[in-house]
Design a protein around this ligand. Structure first.
Ligand SMILES: CC(C)(COP(=O)(O)OP(=O)(O)OC[C@H]1O[C@@H](n2cnc3c(N)ncnc32)[C@H](O)[C@@H]1OP(=O)(O)O)[C@@H](O)C(=O)NCCC(=O)NCCS
Length: 167
C-alpha cells in the first residue's frame, strides 16, 4: 500500500486507551478488549505498529517474538478501521512484521482467530497462512478447543517465512 499521508509508528503506553476504544466498533461479535491489556503497550512496543491518518488511528498490529520458541513470532491482534479495509493495510502491517521476524531469526509466524471471523480467516489464507489441525471443526474449519474464560474455539494459523531474496 502506498499512501504518503499514513504514519506508521511504534505504540507508546498511552496509546492503549485509543486502541481498546476502537475495538468494539472494529470487531464483530464478543468484546475482546480484555485480551489486549496495557502490558502489551509497555513490553511489546518494538514488535507492534500503529497506523494513523491525520492523527486518527486507522490500523494496528500487536505482535511479539516468542520468548519460549526461538523460531517463532506471534501476531496477537491486527485491526483495520472499517473505512480503510481492503486497501492492503493489514497486508502491509504483516509484511513489516515478517521483516522484523526474519531479522530476529524467526522462521514461522502464528496467529489465531475465532471461527466466526470469516474476514480474518480469508485474510490470513490470502497471505499464505495455513490453518493448523485442531480437535474439532466449526464453520467448516478445523478449530482447537480452549477451555478458558474467553472462549471456546480458536482457528490457529501458521506461516513459514521465506528467506529474504538477495537484492
Ligand atoms: C481482517 C482485517 C485485519 C483485514 O484488514 P485489511 O486491511 O482489510 O486487509 P487487506 O486489505 O490487507 O487484505 C489482503 C487480502 O486479504 C483478503 N481479505 C481481507 N479481508 C477480507 C475479507 N473481509 N473477505 C475476504 N477476503 C479478505 C483479500 O484477499 C485481500 O486482498 P484483496 O483486497 O486484494 O482481495 C480487517 O478486516 C479487520 O480489521 N477485521 C476486524 C478485526 C479482525 O478480525 N482482526 C483479525 C483477528 S485479530
Amino acid at each position: 500500500m502506498s499512501c504518503t499521508s499514513l504514519i506508521f509508528r511504534r505504540p507508546i503506553p498511552d496509546d492503549w486507551e485509543r486502541v481498546v476504544a476502537v475495538m468494539p466498533a472494529w470487531w464483530d461479535g464478543p468484546d475482546l478488549r480484555a485480551l489486549l491489556p496495557r502490558i502489551f503497550f509497555e513490553h511489546f512496543r518494538g514488535s507492534s505498529l500503529l497506523v494513523e491518518h491525520e492523527d486518527v488511528l486507522v490500523a494496528f498490529l500487536i505482535g511479539f517474538m516468542c520468548p519460549d520458541h526461538a523460531d517463532e513470532a506471534y501476531v496477537h491482534f491486527v485491526g483495520v478501521a472499517p473505512a480503510w479495509r481492503r486497501a492492503g493495510l493489514a497486508r502491509d502491517l504483516y509484511r513489516r512484521f515478517f521483516g522484523l521476524a526474519r531479522s530476529n531469526g524467526r522462521s514461522v509466524v502464528r496467529a489465531v482467530t475465532a471461527p466466526v471471523n470469516a474476514g480474518s480467516i480469508a485474510f490470513h489464507t490470502a497471505l499464505g497462512f495455513s490453518v493448523l489441525p485442531g480437535d474439532d471443526e466449526s464453520h467448516g474449519v478445523p478449530v482447537t478447543t480452549q477451555r478458558g474464560p474467553h472462549g471456546d474455539h480458536l482457528v490457529r494459523f501458521q506461516l513459514f517465512l521465506e528467506p529474504e531474496a538477495e537484492a
